[in-house]
Design a protein around this ligand. Structure first.
Ligand SMILES: [Zn+2]
Ligand SMILES: [Zn+2]
Length: 391
């Protein structure tokens, strides 16, 4: 620890949240390597908790341990590789899980954010297949008997719950120094909120006057609600079992709230049809990751043209209702709401300011990095939306 100014090209020892098994995480000392030629090392300022971190900790989609968690956050460039031209030390940046090459088939198509050259990493490694994060030799030796450093997996290619991280430069979003949104709010836009917003605007292309239902009003769902409002949707229904989400939903733009627990004898799709003249909505954004809700999501939308966008990772534990889908509906999955972070996040930051989107209402809890153990308990609280981690 201490003064890092002389260590731009050397390994940094710092603190990070290391996950060693399902739900086993704590702050440990790790080593963060200097950036390779096209990479950047960042000193993190703030991070936040997003649903995928909890899935990673449980070993989804792969049991990669030990691993440094976190994929939402904001920090300052500490050192850059020799090929990095667009960033300099001191720039404020948001790490993102998706890179953009601008040239591959998918980037050229303009139809998707799934770059084929710099894809999202589920292998927990940097794009070229190695890690910049390690447990120091002393900490590793007890486990493998040797004196070697032990590889730590990244969360995507990020790992924001750490004092330092390394990212490829083209996965980073530079913040305009003139932007004056509080940095914690910008951290929330790193994944969850933007994913919800993009799922409405980019994936579903919701139009003015249309009707939208959002399943699950966490950080992602509230982003979807805000997106629907900005797009001019006339009816925005929020569905959540947590009654405290009613007020949150209203702050971001819902026109109706359904707590399905209050109607134990009625399927959610029927409740939504009741609210929409029997026809259902134009679009459903599914943010819960609960597989059994996919059929309810389909049946909530209009025959012939209803769209369902699956936003949250999860697992199906039931059969897809084939007939519901055959009736002219569309079921679409999305990673990161279809957005290309480098162009979309600056636009969204600006839009949030212009439209007065109340990002401050997302922030419900703040902790220091060393108090990370509190996250599990905080997430159980009814009033919890976003937890900010001060680094
Ligand atoms: Zn590409
Ligand atoms: Zn996320």
């Amino acid at each position: 620890m201490g003064d890092y100014s002389s260590s731009r090209r050397s390994v940094i020892t710092c603190k990070a949240v290391v996950c060693r098994g399902p739900d086993q995480w704590k702050v440990e000392e790790i080593e963060v390597d200097p950036p390779l030629a096209s990479e950047v090392r960042i000193k993190m300022l703030f991070a936040s908790v997003c649903h995928s971190d909890l899935l990673f900790s449980k070993g989804y989609p792969l049991p990669l341990y030990p691993r440094v968690l976190g994929h939402e956050g904001i920090g300052v460039v500490q050192s850059i590789g020799e090929n990095v031209k667009e960033l300099k030390e001191g720039d404020v940046v948001i790490p993102s899980p998706i890179g953009v090459c601008g040239e591959c088939e998918n980037c050229s198509s303009g139809e998707t954010n799934m770059c084929l050259t710099y894809p999202i990493s589920f292998a927990g490694l940097m794009p070229e297949g190695t890690s910049r994060l390690h447990l120091p030799a002393a900490a590793s030796s007890g486990q493998d008997g040797g004196g070697e450093r032990q590889l730590l997996y990244h969360a995507f290619s990020c790992s924001t719950w750490s004092e330092y991280l390394v990212s490829r430069a083209n996965y980073l979003v530079k913040l305009d120094p003139a932007h004056d949104l509080p940095l914690p709010h910008a951290s929330f836009l790193a994944c969850g909120f933007s994913t919800g917003f993009g799922s409405v605007q980019v994936e579903a292309r919701v139009r003015k006057g249309s009707s939208v239902v959002v399943f699950g009003l966490g950080g992602v769902g509230l982003g979807a609600v805000a997106g629907a409002k900005v797009q001019g949707a006339a009816t925005i229904i929020g569905v959540d079992k947590n009654e405290m989400k009613r007020e949150k939903g209203e702050a971001f733009g819902i026109t109706h709230f359904i707590n399905p627990d209050q109607y134990p004898d009625k399927p959610i799709s029927e409740l939504i049809r009741d609210l929409t003249g029997g026809h259902g909505v134009d679009c459903c954004i599914e943010c819960t990751g609960a597989g059994h809700l996919i059929n309810q999501a389909l049946d909530s939308t209009k025959v012939g043209k209803g769209k369902v966008v699956l936003v949250s990772a999860g697992q199906t534990n039931g059969n897809l209702n084939f007939l519901s889908l055959l009736m002219g509906r569309t079921l679409k999955g999305t990673i990161y709401g279809g957005i290309k972070p480098r162009s979309f996040l600056p636009y969204l930051l600006d839009l949030c300011k212009r439209e007065g989107i109340p990002l401050d209402k997302l922030l419900t809890h703040e902790i220091q990095l060393e108090d990370i153990a509190q996250v599990t308990e905080l997430l159980k609280r009814q009033d919890c939306v976003k937890i900010l981690i001060k680094i």
